[in-house]
Design a binder for this molecule. Structure first.
Ligand SMILES: [Zn+2]
Length: 310
């Protein structure tokens, strides 16, 4: 089914189609779940892609870090040292990435197509149902993610939007973002695939509806932060207080739980914040691997809690 050679020699110099592209013109590849071939399809349509670490059969991230917070979803630093800035539509370059590392996933940059990212574990399905009941559904490219969520793709407006939060469980990926692409393998062992009848070969890429833009404008960071439970000031100062041997793990667990539970930060950001706190306030500091482990396990616990609620 998957033939990495089917594309023949990569073509160069194709004009970047980006927002002008309506439908992918190549023959349907609905059953082809090779990340490389699908990355080619997006690049050929003019949408930049970037290499991400893949996952092995046990769901472990190719970066090799124990407790990696984003298995199979973060850029491959050895291939794209500047992350998103090094994303490409050049087929030679993309082919070279996959030649060097066979088990890559890939990401699609969302500067020129925007993506509505529904996470059912955080209530995204219910939020989406409410939104489309109030406004209108979007009949555009739609991908089932390996984690059970959905990506709805839309053409970016004349004035492209940045990333944001659309509703509980729904992230909006715009300029400066990316999504894991069709064919990539999720840590749960499933590949990202097109929804039946909603692929890039069957539907046109719809322009982003005005109602989404309006909804995004209503959301401000203050809205998100406003959802957290207010506690006595002492609670917060205790959370970031110095910790000595014997209580470091416990203190870090509380801090990570608070950050993740109330602010729901990106896991990479969460890890960096906690790592800084560890270096400044823990004596002696825990090693990075331990910080990764704690942050990863709390993040999973919070995800489970949300799943229970969803
Ligand atoms: Zn990783």
């Amino acid at each position: 089914m998957t033939t990495d050679t089917k594309k023949g020699p990569p073509k160069r110099g194709r004009t970047r189609g980006g927002p002008e592209v309506k439908k992918m013109i190549d023959k349907p590849m609905l059953d082809d779940l090779s990340p490389k071939n699908n990355a080619f399809e997006f690049a050929e349509a003019g949408f930049a892609v970037l290499p991400l670490h893949g996952v092995d059969a046990r769901g472990r991230c190719g970066c090799g870090k124990a407790g990696c917070p984003h298995p199979g979803k973060h850029p491959h630093a050895a291939l794209v040292r500047h992350g998103l800035k090094d994303a490409s539509v050049d087929l030679d370059e993309i082919e070279a990435w996959f030649d060097r590392f066979a088990d890559l996933n890939y990401g699609i940059v969302t500067d020129e197509l925007h993506v509505i990212d529904l996470d059912p574990r955080n209530g995204g399905t219910e939020s989406w149902r409410k939104l489309i009941r109030k406004h209108a559904d979007i009949h555009s490219w739609r991908v089932q993610t390996g984690g059970g969520g959905q990506h709805v793709f839309c053409r970016a407006p004349q004035k492209p939007l940045g990333c944001g939060k659309l509703a509980p469980g729904i992230d909006f990926k715009g300029v400066g973002g990316y999504v894991v692409g069709v064919g990539s393998l999720h840590e749960f062992g499933r590949r990202y695939r097109w929804f039946a009848d909603c692929s890039a070969y069957e539907l046109e890429l719809e322009p982003l509806p005005k109602w989404i833009i309006d909804e995004l404008e209503k959301k401000t960071p203050a809205d998100v932060i406003g959802q957290q439970v207010q506690r006595a000031p002492a609670f917060y100062s205790e959370l970031v207080a110095p910790a000595s041997e014997g209580v470091r793990n416990e203190c870090m667990t509380k801090l990570v739980g608070h950050l993740f539970g109330s602010l729901h930060p990106d896991r990479a950001v969460l890890f960096e914040l906690v790592r800084c706190w560890n270096l400044i306030h823990c004596s002696p500091p825990l090693d990075d691997e331990e910080v990764f482990r704690i942050a990863g396990s709390i993040a999973r616990r919070e995800d489970d809690k949300r799943r229970g609620r969803a």
